[in-house]
Design a protein around this ligand. Structure first.
Ligand SMILES: C[S@@+](CC[C@H](N)C(=O)[O-])C[C@H]1O[C@@H](n2cnc3c(N)ncnc32)[C@H](O)[C@@H]1O
Length: 263
């Protein structure tokens, strides 16, 4: 019944025609932030039909959060492969890894296999998929690539907290906190609402930057959003002392002119 429903959805979405071609298609699927119910119907439908599922894996272990999220939608006999990306800031080394993985995927596509590369949250937001997709398109521009968006971690966090991200004429700034509060200091005056992703190892400097802008009181951190063990931290200073959790983001907003500090 579910398979029939998904076939109808795929037909409706024109994916069936693409899949009918003799070359394989690369699908870049955002699988949402954690809750398997937050995968889009489109991504779930494609997962039921591809020949191989790929995800990024670290060199340290065999676990992929994206795979565990997508698991209920991947047929048991579909191979799932982890692509190892080195945890390095050396751009040359990273580029070599993307090229090696892109060539492996291209070779499968040339043989007519349909590939899904799954990634956490949205496929186009701070995602390894973006680099892989660009490398595949550079090396094999004749092959079809279809990118499917996903629910981002910060959309899920805002919804979970019943806290609008932006309203009326306001703006939203999305920054990486990997290097601390540097970008926030440069840009915070331009937006009423700010989201930090990668708010973990340099959380102390993020906190300093938030304090300088008088935003600590309006900031809130969410770890493991929509996953088992989700935590909400309203006093961000406690995160300086806590064990760093990579799956942490911070939502913040400038205080209203009337001094409103609602979280
Ligand atoms: C490489 S970025 C990936 C972002 C992802 N593509 C998205 O659309 O949300 C990784 C960062 O996203 C945030 N993140 C992703 N999933 C999360 C979750 N379930 N809970 C909290 N933060 C999450 C964290 O800030 C993490 O350091």
């Amino acid at each position: 019944m579910i398979a029939v429903l998904l076939s109808v959805i795929l037909k409706f979405m024109n994916c069936e025609e693409i899949m009918a071609s003799d070359r394989g298609v690369l699908y870049g699927l955002g699988v949402g932030p954690g809750d398997p119910d937050l995968i889009t119907l489109k991504a779930a439908g494609i997962l039921h039909h591809v020949d191989v599922v790929y995800a990024a894996g670290s060199t340290g272990n065999d676990y992929s959060l994206a795979v565990s999220i997508a698991k209920p939608h991947i047929p048991e006999d579909t191979p799932v492969r982890l692509l190892r990306f080195p945890m390095t800031s050396d751009k040359g080394e990273k580029k070599k890894a993307w090229e090696r993985h892109a060539r492996a995927i291209i070779s499968e596509m040339e043989q007519g296999r349909h590939i899904a590369f799954i990634t956490l949250g949205d496929s186009m937001t701070y995602s390894t998929y973006g680099y892989l997709m660009k490398t595949v398109l550079d090396l094999a521009p004749h092959l079809p690539v279809v990118s499917v968006p996903g629910v981002t971690s910060y959309q899920a966090a805002a919804a979970g907290l019943n806290r609008p991200l932006v309203e009326g004429e306001e703006s939203l700034l999305l920054v990486s906190g990997a290097r601390g509060g540097h970008r926030f200091r440069q840009c915070c005056a331009c937006a009423e609402n700010i989201v930090f992703l990668k708010a973990y190892k340099n959380i102390a400097d993020i906190n300093d930057a938030l304090a300088e802008a008088d935003c600590l009181e309006t900031s809130i951190a969410i770890s493991n959003c929509s996953l088992p063990g989700e935590t909400v931290t309203r006093d961000l200073r406690t995160l300086d002392r806590a064990r760093k959790n990579y799956w942490t983001l911070v939502l913040t907003r400038q205080k209203a002119e009337n001094g409103q500090t609602e979280k």
